[in-house]
Design a protein around this ligand. Sequence first.
Ligand SMILES: *Cc1c(COP(=O)(O)O)cnc(C)c1O
Length: 443
Amino acid sequence: MTTVTTQTEQGLYINPEALTAHLPALNYRNDALHMEQVSITELVDCYDTPCYVYSKQAILDVYQAYTDSFASLKHQVCYAVKANSNLAVLGVLAQAGAGFDIVSRGELMRVLAAGGDAARVVFSGVGKTYGDIEYALTQGIGCFNVESISELALINEVAQQLDKSAPISLRVNPNVDAKTHPYISTGLKDNKFGITHEDAVAVYEQAAALSHIDIVGIDCHIGSQLTEVEPFVAALDKVIELIHTLREKGIELRHMDLGGGLGVRYIDETPVSMDEFAAALLPKLSELGLTVFFEPGRSIVANAGVLLTRVDVLKPTEHKNFAIVDAAMNDLIRPALYQAEMAVIPSVLPSKGIDTDGTQPWDIVGAICETGDFLAKGRLLALEVGDTLAITGAGAYGFTMSSNYNSRPRASEVMVSGNHHQLIRPRETIESLYENETLWQAQ
Ligand SMILES: *Cc1c(COP(=O)(O)O)cnc(C)c1O
């Protein structure tokens, strides 16, 4: 089997065909990159660049893998909306029966607009306001994942005002090292998230004494892009210990929520497979007799998506070669924010065949006035101005983290299914970026 990466003195070569062999949504046919059955060239002709493209089938396949792997248990997969919140993506998952994990009122409104069921939504997040809680309760939210004592008191107060009982879980912080990038590690005791393991029982007892609170579960989420199973198991053990203690105190739960965080293969990582994940957790989960919730985001959508971008300028310099492309850090911030390495592959394979011949090392950069504006560094590619490149693994934390920095309209989004494709969000117009702004008119 051909290896995916070759590190040479000049830079990193990623073999496009070997890479896409691991990405079910993508394949090369007659040297032309396709998503499902649609060629990238056709998509660029229709929608221009920069453009995010998502495979409907790839999204559904991972969702199905979760539900199949845990079929022996009562379970609910709550897709983490912040990974990719386009209505088409949410709608596809809602139709498949998914629940949702949200972190804002805006995300709840999106879920409802996409046909999702509020009763299958869990509301996470450290800063829920009175208005957020009121809206969620009115819509019939499935569960609030409570992150502090003051939030618990506020939820009780709002529920009392509305004459409702608010379903809650406590998000406990198991103090487990997820061994991932510090910015996406959330389960350590110095993180802002959750209630410490030590305080959890006392806070449950306080919750049980509140008039308008209905304790339904327990929740933890220790981080993102986890590539090992041990941190999940360690967190689960700590949660199970709490469940037993709570039972002894007469506090019975209906569900436990293991959060999200399952990592994906961006280039040549070896993340935990779904089988390995299920095998490690199932024996422990089966004994408990609770419904199990998951909150996967990245693992469902990352490899369903690519960001397509065009090479606008090639700028070789004495020390480095820069390929300036029409996407930038405002479109895809993961490389700049998390030092994420993402694969960049050509939409058409160079006719020379697939090896490092004819390639040069390139830094793939945007046109933004920031040195941190790069999408990949030191990649061996054979490039010409006008080429289309696909940045893979861009379905999660891509568009949702994009901004209008440098007054750049955000990219368009397209969904592909079989040989069909549909624009699911047009590229913003430049005028729309300032249409709600006003000139200073007072004296
Ligand atoms: C971000 C987040 C998730 C999803 O994490 P992934 O790594 O994308 O699976 C799940 N739960 C909570 C509370 C989150 O903040």
